[in-house]
Design a protein around this ligand. Structure first.
Ligand code: HEM
Ligand code: HEM
Length: 199
């Protein structure tokens, strides 16, 4: 079933949810590797693997941004399954976590895009690629007042997105596992139908 109902997630929501999880699982380790090694590779220009991974990171970032926009639009325009019976504090926590994850889905790639647009100089900007096509950099940021025109600000936002997002994601995954193995309800099954149904 394509559409969500009040009892279960439809195939569109499920596919977008797991696509996102796979993309992030690839994107984050590449990101950490980049921030450790890429500054030097950008200067010497001789580490083709790193420079190539940087292009992959940019390209996937744009795909993630598009998938996030699609996911949020679908979520806002369709009904979603009712929350499972749970103590009020858990419902509030789940709600806040989900909203924060949606916000991060947009801020994460945007901060990367902004930071990358400011890595080079105005005369020698570092190209931002989308699978070989040159993408538009957010060069207009250079005309803003400091600190809004510095690479460091957006790089720091990008880094904090991971520390906040990684924490929330850990909480989110633990909550999914808690529902499945402790409460033994259908919350994980309805997002991951390959699992055996509980009831
Ligand atoms: C990058 C990785 C992930 C992100 C960004 C993410 C984000 C989200 C968001 C925002 C929702 C809320 C849907 C809504 O009510 O609008 C959701 C639902 C859900 N997620 Fe994830 N998720 C990720 C990975 C995972 C993983 C690894 C698990 C495995 C435990 C998981 C389990 C679930 C479950 C069970 C639901 C449904 C909750 C319900 O039906 O109320 N998610 N996810
Ligand atoms: C949701 C999508 C994205 C995720 C999950 C992600 C994740 C990460 C992570 C975890 C890091 C390491 C942070 C650190 O150690 O400080 C990183 C670094 C980086 N990301 Fe992303 N990123 C995303 C999108 C983008 C986009 C769209 C761009 C550019 C168009 C980008 C450009 C960069 C750059 C240039 C670095 C290295 C910064 C440096 O040299 O220190 N990212 N990314």
């Amino acid at each position: 079933m394509r559409e969500n109902t009040t009892a279960r997630w439809g195939t569109v929501s499920i596919t977008l949810h797991w696509m996102f999880a796979v993309f992030v699982a690839i994107q984050v380790p590449i990101g950490f590797w980049l921030s450790r090694e890429a500054p030097q590779a950008r200067i010497t220009g001789d580490d083709w693997l790193l420079l190539w991974l940087e292009q992959i990171h940019h390209s996937m970032g744009f795909v993630i941004l598009a998938v996030a926009a699609l996911r949020i639009s679908w979520r806002l325009s369709h009904i979603s399954p009712s929350a499972p019976p749970a103590p009020a504090y858990q419902k509030v926590l789940a709600h806040i976590t989900h909203i924060a994850l949606y916000v991060l889905m947009i801020v994460f790639p945007l901060s990367g895009w902004a930071g990358s647009s400011l890595i080079g100089s105005a005369q020698f900007p570092v190209p931002i690629n989308f699978f070989g096509l040159e993408m538009i950099g957010l060069g207009f940021l250079r005309s803003l007042e400091p600190p809004f025109n510095t690479f460091r600000l957006y790089r720091d936002i990008h880094t904090y997105c991971w520390w906040v997002g990684g924490g929330l994601l850990t909480l989110h995954i633990l909550a999914g596992l808690y529902h499945h193995f402790v409460v033994k309800d259908d919350v994980l099954h309805r997002m991951l139908p390959v699992l055996k149904k509980r009831e």
